[in-house]
Design a protein around this ligand. Structure first.
Ligand SMILES: Cc1cc2nc3c(=O)[nH]c(=O)nc-3n(C[C@H](O)[C@H](O)[C@H](O)COP(=O)(O)OP(=O)(O)OC[C@H]3O[C@@H](n4cnc5c(N)ncnc54)[C@H](O)[C@@H]3O)c2cc1C
Length: 247
């Protein structure tokens, strides 16, 4: 977003943040930054039996979030048949320890998208999108694997959801206490949290002398949900939330 352009507004009333609305962002840079940092989304949908919320891997390419699974998946079949979906991603960045339980919180990055998912049926496109997914796990991984078969493509359902009715909510910074509580001898502050890749564990059935690819070795110690390069989380003005729990 250039500095002169006004902040993007909500695309619909249901994505307009009411609670602590100054943490809401509707611009693609903020949405993409959250979506690109995560791996797992939750797909919420309503059925005649009641609501379901299903965790699934996802990835973003351009204006769509993609997710895939078995052709037999009840979730994917339901969404492909036109059920409306609410897709959420949430990443936790730190404990925010305030001087009262009421104002204790967490720093987080979250996104929520609504809409109808679309089934991707063209085999060449499914293959191309699956390559992006696999390479998103480990750079260059697709080329190291044996080629996908037609049978595997048939057994896979790929769906995509357009990023057009969406919101991001991002909390950064320290605690926000009631003014009188700053006089209390209570430690307050932030304890950062992050998930990092561990040391690769070879499959015992690896053929002898199969080398560990550099790209896989390079994952060790790296953060799993980094802030995307060149993107800084928006400055959290904290707004006027004194009377409310800090969420
Ligand atoms: C981190 C993570 C990533 C995943 N990524 C993928 C993915 O990319 N693709 C994919 O197809 N699947 C993925 N799964 C599995 C996914 O959550 C579903 O289990 C799977 O897609 C089957 O969906 P279904 O609608 O056919 O479930 P069904 O087997 O029809 O569900 C029947 C019932 O089983 C239970 N159930 C199903 N899934 C879960 C679950 N995850 N946890 C607890 N109970 C459950 C629920 O009670 C549900 O009502 C992932 C799971 C996790 C936790």
């Amino acid at each position: 977003m250039n500095e002169a352009s006004p902040p993007a507004g909500p695309a619909s009333d249901r994505v307009r943040l009411r609670r602590v609305h100054h943490r809401g962002h509707y611009d693609r840079a903020s949405l993409d930054a959250v979506l690109d940092a995560g791996q797992v989304c939750h797909l919420g949908f309503a059925t005649a039996e009641g609501p379901y919320v299903i965790p699934t891997l996802y990835w973003r390419e351009g204006d769509h979030v993609y997710f895939h699974g078995s052709s037999a998946s009840r979730t994917l079949r339901g969404l492909a048949d036109g059920l409306q979906v609410c897709l959420t991603v949430s990443l936790i960045d730190g404990l925010v320890l305030a001087r009262s339980g009421f104002h204790c919180s967490v720093n987080y990055r979250a996104a929520m998208l609504f809409g109808h998912a679309e089934l991707v049926t063209d085999a060449a496109e499914v293959t191309a999108r699956m390559k992006t997914f696999v390479d998103g796990l480990v750079p260059g991984q697709w080329e190291r694997l044996r080629p996908v078969t037609d049978q595997e493509l048939k057994a896979t359902k790929l769906l995509r959801l357009k990023i057009d009715e969406a919101s991001a909510k991002i909390r950064t910074g320290g605690p926000l206490d009631d003014e009188e509580d700053y006089a209390l001898p209570i430690w307050a502050g932030v304890v950062p949290m992050e998930t990092r890749y561990g040391a690769p564990i070879p499959d015992p059935r690896n053929l002898a002398a199969t080398p560990l690819p550099d790209a896989i070795a390079a994952l060790q110690g790296q953060p799993v949900n980094p802030m995307p390069e060149g993107w800084e989380p928006p400055v959290d003005t904290h707004g006027a939330v004194k009377a409310d729990p800090d969420a």
